[in-house]
Ligand binder design. Structure first.
Ligand SMILES: Cc1cc2nc3c(=O)[nH]c(=O)nc-3n(C[C@H](O)[C@H](O)[C@H](O)COP(=O)(O)OP(=O)(O)OC[C@H]3O[C@@H](n4cnc5c(N)ncnc54)[C@H](O)[C@@H]3O)c2cc1C
Ligand code: SF4
Length: 590
C-alpha cells in the first residue's frame, strides 16, 4: 500500500547543497511549505563530527558517501564495450546524508570565466568554426557571466569565502586572479594561510612570468558572522578535511549555512532515510509529486505543486529517466531525447612530480585550499592559434591533507620498485613528506559519444535500472594534456626539485581511480528545447513544474571545480521560483 502524505508547495529529491539553498532563499520571505526527501541520515557538526580524524573510516571506507550496495552507476568507454557497475569507490565520491556531498567537499569555490559562458561563440569568433571538432557538442550557456555575477556575490558572502580579488569592477588587482570576470565586491574574508609547498610554487611560477593567486575557498580563514546570522569559527588547518565533516564548522556546508535559517521558518522539513523512486505525472504530463521508500521499506506518495530534483548530477539524470509515464514514455524532460546528453567530467591529473631531498613540507596538515593556483593555461587565457586543441586547466601544487593510509603508495616513480618490505619502508619514511606534484584540473568538452542512459542489465536495491555512463577522453583532451604536461614540467623544474618524473600522455579514462566528484551535464540548460532539457532557471521544458539543480545543468565543464557556479545557479533559480514561479505555477519562466 502506498501512503498518501499531505501536500506541500515544494518537494526536493535530495537534501544536499542546492536543496538547502532553495529552502533558505525561498521560505523566510514567503508562506510556502517545503519538504526535502533525503536518502541518507541526519548529521550535524556537533556531535557527529567531533573528534572524527579516523582516516580508515572516512577516507578509506567512505563513510559519508552514497551507499553502493543500494545505488551505483555502470560505465563503459564506448557503445561497443560492456558496462560494469562501480562496486568500490573510484572515479567520484557523491555524498549521502543531510547536507549531501558538500559536507565532505574540499571547498575550492570558483566563479567560471566570462568566456566559459559563451563557449561555442567565443571559440568560433576567435578561431573559426573549424577549431571545434565535428563530434564536439559544446554550447553557449543561456546567459552571460554578468547575469550570474550578483548571484556569485550573494553566495560568496553567505558562505564567507576566503580569497583575494583579482578584478574589482574591472580594475585588475595585484595578487588576485587577473583572468577572472569583474566582481562587485572583494571576497568577504582574506585568503587562508598558504602551505610551504604552495609558497615554493608561488615564487617559482612567478619567476616563469605566470600569475599565482591564493585559492578562493569556502573555508573560513577567520571567525565570521554570515548574513543569515550564523556565527562560525575559522579553520584549524587540521589536515582531515576532504571526505570528512568539519569539526568546527569552518568548512561551509548546508549544516553551517543554509539549513539553520530554512529550518527556523518552521515550514521546512528534511525527511531523512527517504529514497525517492520516481516523479509521478498526470495524464497531461504535469508532475503531481514523488514516490519514495523509507528505511522500513514502506512506500509513500508526497504530493507537491513543484518538484525539484536536487540529487547530484548522476541521480538527477537517473531520476528524470526513471520517471516514465503515458505522457512522458521516455522519462520526464526527455520528450526530445536530450536527457543524458552532454555528460561531461573533469580532466584531473598530476602530470609532473618531484623529490626535494632535504626538504620537509608538512603535507599532513592544512587542507585542499591552502595553496596558490594559476589560470594562465586555463580556458582561452592563452592563444590557441598554434595548438591542436581548445580549452585548458587550472594548475596548482600538491595541497595539504596527505592521508596517512592511502598516501603510503605515493612515492615518486623510480625511487623504489617495491611496495612492501624494509627498503620500501625506509624510502617511504625518507621521502613521504618531500615528494610533491603539479596538478591540473582541466576542461571536459561535450561529445555526441559521451552520454548517460539507463542500464539494461544492472538494477539498484529497489529493482530499478542503474544509470549507465558512456564516457572516455578524446583527441582534444589528449592534445591538451600533452601541452599541460610540458607546462607542469617547466613548473616543477623551476621549483628546484632534485628528481622529477613527468607523465607525458593521457591514459584512457579510468572508472576505478579517483579524479574528482565533478560529474556534470546530462540535463543541460539552454535556450531551445531541441538542444537542452531545461531553460536557464533549470525548469524542465516539457514538464515546467519540475526543476533540476546542480552541475547536471552545465552544457560542458570548464577547467575549475563546479560548486561556486552550482550555488550561483541555485540562487538564480530560488529567486525566480520565489518571486515569479508561484504567480503562474507551471508556466515557463522567461
Ligand atoms: C570529495 C569531494 C570533494 C569535492 N570538492 C569540491 C570542491 O573543492 N569544490 C567544488 O566546487 N566542488 C567540490 N565537490 C562537489 C560538490 O560537493 C558538489 O558540486 C555539490 O555538493 C553538489 O550539490 P548538489 O545539491 O547538486 O548535490 P549534493 O550536495 O550531493 O546533494 C544531493 C543529495 O541527494 C541525495 N539523493 C540522491 N538520490 C536520492 C534519491 N533518489 N532520494 C533521496 N535522496 C537522494 C544524496 O544522498 C545527497 O545528499 C566535491 C565533492 C566531493 C564528493
Ligand atoms: S582543515 Fe579546517 S575546514 Fe578542514 S576540517 Fe579541518 S578545521 Fe575544518
Amino acid at each position: 500500500m502506498v501512503v498518501q502524505n499531505d501536500p506541500v508547495d515544494i518537494v526536493t529529491i535530495g537534501g544536499g547543497m542546492t536543496a538547502s539553498i532553495l529552502a533558505a532563499l525561498i521560505l523566510p520571505s514567503t508562506s510556502h511549505t517545503m519538504v526535502s526527501l533525503e536518502q541518507g541520515a541526519a548529521r550535524w557538526t556537533y556531535p557527529d563530527f567531533a573528534h572524527n580524524h579516523d582516516s580508515l573510516r572516512f577516507n578509506n571506507r567512505y563513510e559519508l558517501m552514497q551507499d553502493l550496495n543500494q545505488v551505483s552507476w555502470t560505465w563503459r568507454p564506448n557503445e561497443n564495450a560492456p558496462a560494469l557497475p562501480m562496486r568500490q569507490y573510484g572515479s567520484f565520491n557523491p555524498g549521502q546524508g543531510l547536507g549531501g556531498s558538500m559536507v565532505h567537499w574540499t571547498a575550492l569555490t570558483w566563479r567560471f570565466l566570462p568566456s566559459d559562458f559563451a563557449y561555442r561563440t567565443h571559440h568560433i569568433e576567435r578561431y573559426g568554426a573549424d577549431k571545434i571538432p565535428d563530434e564536439m557538442t559544446v554550447q553557449d550557456w543561456p546567459f552571460s557571466y554578468l547575469d550570474l555575477e550578483r548571484h556569485y556575490d550573494a553566495l560568496e558572502y553567505d558562505m564567507g569565502v576566503s580569497g583575494q580579488a583579482g578584478n574589482l569592477n574591472g580594475r585588475i588587482l595585484e595578487g588576485g586572479n587577473p583572468f577572472e570576470g569583474p566582481r562587485q565586491r572583494p571576497y568577504p574574508n582574506p585568503p587562508l594561510a598558504q602551505s610551504a609547498f604552495g609558497n615554493l610554487f608561488h615564487e617559482a611560477v612567478q619567476g616563469l612570468g605566470l600569475h599565482p593567486f591564493p585559492t578562493p575557498s569556502g573555508i573560513l580563514s577567520q571567525g565570521y558572522t554570515d548574513p543569515f546570522g550564523n556565527v562560525r569559527a575559522g579553520c584549524l588547518y587540521c589536515g582531515f578535511c576532504t571526505r570528512y565533516g568539519c569539526e568546527v564548522g569552518a568548512k561551509t556546508s548546508p549544516l553551517t549555512t543554509w539549513l539553520p535559517p530554512a529550518l527556523d521558518t518552521g515550514r521546512y522539513e528534511v525527511r531523512t532515510r527517504s529514497h525517492v523512486i520516481g516523479i509521478e505525472t498526470d495524464d497531461d504530463g504535469r508532475a503531481t509529486g514523488v514516490r519514495y521508500v523509507n528505511a522500513d521499506g514502506n512506500e509513500f506518495f508526497q504530493p507537491a505543486e513543484l518538484v525539484i530534483t536536487s540529487a547530484y548530477t548522476l541521480e538527477n539524470i537517473r531520476n528524470l529517466l526513471l520517471s516514465r509515464s503515458k505522457a512522458h514514455p521516455d522519462g520526464v524532460g526527455n520528450d526530445r531525447g536530450r536527457v543524458g546528453r552532454n555528460y561531461t567530467y573533469q580532466l584531473a591529473q598530476n602530470p609532473a612530480s618531484g623529490l626535494w631531498e632535504n626538504e620537509r613540507f608538512n603535507f599532513y596538515m592544512g587542507n585542499g585550499c591552502t595553496i596558490p593556483q594559476v589560470f594562465d593555461y586555463n580556458a582561452d587565457n592563452f592563444d590557441h592559434s598554434d595548438v591542436d586543441f581548445i580549452g585548458g586547466a587550472r594548475m596548482y601544487p600538491s595541497a595539504g591533507q596527505r592521508e596517512p593510509i592511502s598516501s603510503a603508495q605515493n612515492l615518486l616513480e623510480g625511487l623504489t620498485d617495491r611496495r612492501w618490505g624494509a627498503e620500501w619502508k625506509q624510502t617511504l619514511g625518507s621521502s613521504w613528506d618531500s615528494v610533491g606534484s603539479i596538478g591540473i584540473e582541466g576542461e571536459s568538452p561535450a561529445y555526441e559519444g559521451n552520454f548517460c542512459d539507463l542500464d539494461p542489465r544492472f538494477t539498484d536495491a529497489w529493482g530499478l535500472p542503474l544509470l549507465r555512463i558512456t564516457f572516455d577522453w578524446r583527441e582534444n583532451e589528449r592534445n591538451m594534456y600533452r601541452f599541460l604536461a610540458n607546462r607542469s614540467e617547466e613548473m616543477i623544474k623551476a621549483m628546484g626539485a632534485d628528481r622529477t618524473t613527468v607523465t607525458r600522455q593521457l591514459a584512457p579514462y579510468r572508472y576505478d581511480v579517483y579524479q574528482s566528484t565533478h560529474a556534470t551535464g546530462g540535463c543541460i540548460m539552454g535556450t531551445d528545447p531541441g538542444n537542452s532539457v531545461t531553460n536557464g532557471y533549470g525548469q524542465v521544458w516539457d514538464t515546467p513544474n519540475v526543476f533540476v539543480t546542480g552541475a547536471a545543468l552545465f552544457p560542458q565543464n570548464p577547467g575549475a571545480n563546479p560548486s561556486g557556479t552550482v550555488g550561483a545557479l541555485a540562487y538564480r533559480a530560488a529567486e525566480a521560483i520565489r518571486d515569479r514561479y508561484f504567480k503562474a505555477p507551471g508556466e515557463l519562466l522567461t
